[in-house]
Design a protein around this ligand. Structure first.
Ligand code: PHE
Ligand code: FE
Length: 295
């Protein structure tokens, strides 16, 4: 097998763009340096501390059950044993972002692609592309949850379908992934909590999404999400809030093809807009859903 590569943004004739990798690689665990393990430890400790009263119960319980530790970068083969028994999911090592259809097909077959390399020390607070910390710490724990595990596989099958429908359908479907899997919030008895991988792997956004007065927090609405643009270069302007994972699974059960046709002629909503039908859970509503008692 060739040596696994690290594939990320690069300067090309089209500017600074993300590059796509296709190779499936064995995690080269022996090649991690003491500095790599230290990066994992720093990030792991910082996020666990921030997340203990910010992440949803399901995430924290699942992460503990998986046996990810803070001392060393986890070994995929050890995690896979636990994960496969729990929900039938497995992990595959990849060098970077995959082409869309490859990604969907892996998910549909319960294989989650995890970037094998970890960010450099100077990228601790921000990196543009998914690395091992984002993929493993952020995405993998919830694959232990049976309802979320089924949702992710269904999303993969939906992706293969949307790919056949065309680019507009893919835009709609990708927004759903963005606003749930990456940046979703959930209502728990104690208040709003985080489940999105893009948030749980970011120190800044873990605080911002719950505590800042700036973003909108809007009740989950499938077609509303499919029409809403998103930001990739800053914290989100809007977060969508689910009641529980069953709501997500049930709402996404129908065939989306009629939805794609219905949405095709409609304008998209700007990332930060509030629509008349939105159920807004912002700070200051007195609903008591935010943590910290400073509503
Ligand atoms: N039901 C969707 C479809 O027919 C598939 C899907 C399931 C998409 C779950 C996203 C999440 O396309
Ligand atoms: Fe991600």
């Amino acid at each position: 097998m060739n040596t696994p590569q690290r594939v990320e943004h690069a300067m090309t004739d089209k500017g600074y763009v993300p590059l796509y990798a296709t190779g499936i690689v064995e995690q080269p665990w022996e090649s991690y340096t003491p500095e790599d393990h230290e990066t994992w430890s720093i990030l792991y400790r910082r996020q666990r501390d921030l997340l203990k009263d910010r992440a949803c119960r399901e995430f924290l319980v699942a992460q503990d059950a998986m046996g990810m530790g803070e001392a060393l970068i986890p070994r995929f083969d050890v995690l896979i044993e636990v994960l496969q028994k729990a929900t039938g999911w497995t992990l595959i090592g990849v060098e970077g972002l995959l082409p869309e259809l490859d990604f969907f097909e892996h998910l549909a077959n319960r294989r989650f692609p995890v970037t094998w390399w970890i960010r450099r020390p100077e990228q601790i607070d921000y990196i543009a592309e998914p690395d091992l910390f984002h993929d493993l710490f952020g995405h993998v724990p919830l694959l232990m949850n049976p309802v979320f595990a089924d949702y992710m596989a269904a999303y993969g099958r939906g992706g293969v379908k949307a790919h056949a429908v065309g680019p507009d359908a893919l835009v709609n479907l990708t927004r759903l992934y963005w606003y749930t899997v990456e940046f979703g919030l959930i209502r728990e008895p104690e208040g709003l909590r985080i489940y999105g991988a893009g948030i749980v792997s970011s120190a800044g956004e873990s605080k911002y999404c719950l505590e800042s007065a700036a973003p909108n927090r809007i009740g989950f609405d499938l077609k509303r999400i499919m029409r809403t643009r998103y930001r990739i270069d800053s914290y989100q302007k809007t977060y969508f809030v689910i009641d529980d994972f069953a709501q997500l699974f049930d709402a996404t059960r129908p065939d989306f093809r009629p939805y794609y046709s219905e949405l095709a002629p409609l304008e998209s909503f700007p990332a930060g807009s509030v629509q008349a039908a939105d159920r807004v859970f912002n700070r200051g509503t007195g609903e008591g859903w935010l943590s910290g008692g400073d509503v």
